[in-house]
Ligand binder design. Structure first.
Ligand SMILES: *Cc1c(COP(=O)(O)O)cnc(C)c1O
Length: 394
């Protein structure tokens, strides 16, 4: 009776069979280098064009505004550093938030060592930035704003269109990390005044190690990799053709029927949250309403550690996450949970369960069944719980 219940879709997804089958020929018979001059290579060049067009349709931008990268972190780094260094003469101030992915935060921290000033905006208890605070943070030195579309840990969706309008009124460039948004939220980069957007295929049923950066035409940005003329000489290197083909197919599937998929996911998610909040001393982190990604549940259980919950869940075949996958392994509590105001000890006891297209009602019911005894057993071993009970009796 060993079953696997995967509830870590925000960390990564499997590759859909339709995506894989489009990729396969590009590993074997269709191997031409797209920069060469014979029909074998024209085939792969064509495949890149098709994929670029699919991405442009998904984002509602022009085809030549899409640049392929080696994933989401690479796209984020390129946006932050490429814009900062190319626009240095205009100013040295960057605005971001305290709840960004480390690919943004650590790139910004690096820029601080290179003479840039970075403002890290606070968020409220649901993880949303304050638009007035944001407006007030803009100075005549501000060159770039980078605010994530949707958060990978607590699922908070930011008011991206309003942020974009403020950026456009103040003539500062606006980048958004859209990695968690693709396939969950309708995106229109023009209507939303987005100048740059990062995405990553393995978060929407495509392969790992391939992503893209949308760069609005005319935006000044440094080239990422110097070398050949690939990606219009901005990101040199022979293209990852199977990856690019997979990304193109995956994004096409991801942006179709968003509404229907969201309805199903959020109803499963709500059942899961409702079931788990029956556990005493538990609390939902992040927003409760439509400001939240449909597949995201993040719950803290007081008096115990997220890591020990994960170990016990793994024993029951449940794949989940505490904080974000990038921070697990270290003992620092999640910077996102701290930013929404959770005290250290509570942030430590948080569990992230993220649902996706293959999640079933049975999966949800299974987790609701196996988790309560795990929490009880861990609390029975927890000195914090013991102290708490002693305090109750007094
Ligand atoms: C996963 C993720 C990234 C990093 O993408 P990779 O392709 O794994 O490098 C960046 N930002 C967010 C919000 C993510 O969820």
């Amino acid at each position: 009776m060993s079953r696997t219940v995967y509830m870590d879709y925000a960390a990564t997804t499997y590759v859909k069979p339709e995506v894989l089958s489009e990729m396969m020929p590009y590993f074997t018979e269709k191997y031409g280098n797209p920069s060469s001059f014979y029909s074998l290579s024209r085939e792969t060049k064509k495949a890149i064009d098709v994929s670029r067009e699919r991405v442009s349709k998904a984002l509602k931008c022009e085809i030549n505004e899409v640049f392929f990268t080696g994933g989401g972190s690479e796209a984020d780094n390129w946006a932050i550093k490429g814009i900062a260094f190319a626009n240095r003469k205009k100013g040295n101030h960057i605005i971001t938030t305290k709840i960004e992915h480390h690919a943004i935060l650590h790139a910004c921290e690096y820029l601080e060592t290179q003479g840039f000033d970075v403002t890290y905006l606070e968020v409220d208890s649901e993880g949303v930035i304050n638009l007035e605070d944001f407006k007030n943070a803009i100075t005549d030195k501000t060159i770039l704003v980078s605010i994530m579309f949707a958060n990978n840990e607590i699922g908070t969706i930011q008011p991206i269109k309003e942020i974009g309008e403020i950026c456009s009124q103040n003539k500062v460039l606006f980048h958004t990390d859209g990695v968690q948004a693709i396939g969950n939220i309708e995106i229109d980069v023009k209507a939303m005044h987005i100048d740059l957007l990062s995405l990553s295929a393995h978060k929407f049923y495509g392969p790992k190690g391939i992503g893209a950066l949308y760069i609005k035409r005319g935006v000044k940005i440094d080239n990422l990799i110097h070398g050949g003329g690939q990606e219009r000489a901005r990101r040199a290197g022979t293209e990852n053709i199977p990856g690019i083909v997979g990304l193109g197919k995956a994004i096409e599937l991801a942006v179709s029927d968003i509404e229907e998929k969201n309805k199903r996911l959020s109803s499963l998610r709500d059942k899961l949250v409702e079931g788990l909040l029956n556990i005493p001393y538990s609390k939902l982190n992040g927003p409760k309403d439509s400001k939240r990604l449909p597949g995201n549940a993040n719950i803290c259980f007081k008096f115990i550690e997220g890591e020990s919950i994960l170990l016990s869940l793994d024993f029951e075949g449940v794949c989940a996450s505490s904080g974000s996958a990038c921070t697990s392994g270290s003992l620092d509590p999640s910077h996102v949970l701290l930013a929404i105001g959770l005290p250290h000890e509570i942030a430590h006891g948080s569990l992230r369960l993220t649902l996706g297209e293959s999640t079933t009602l049975e999966d949800v019911e299974y987790v609701i069944q196996v988790l309560p005894p795990i929490i009880k057993r861990l609390r029975d071993m927890s000195p914090l719980w013991e102290d708490f009970l002693k305090g109750e009796k007094k």
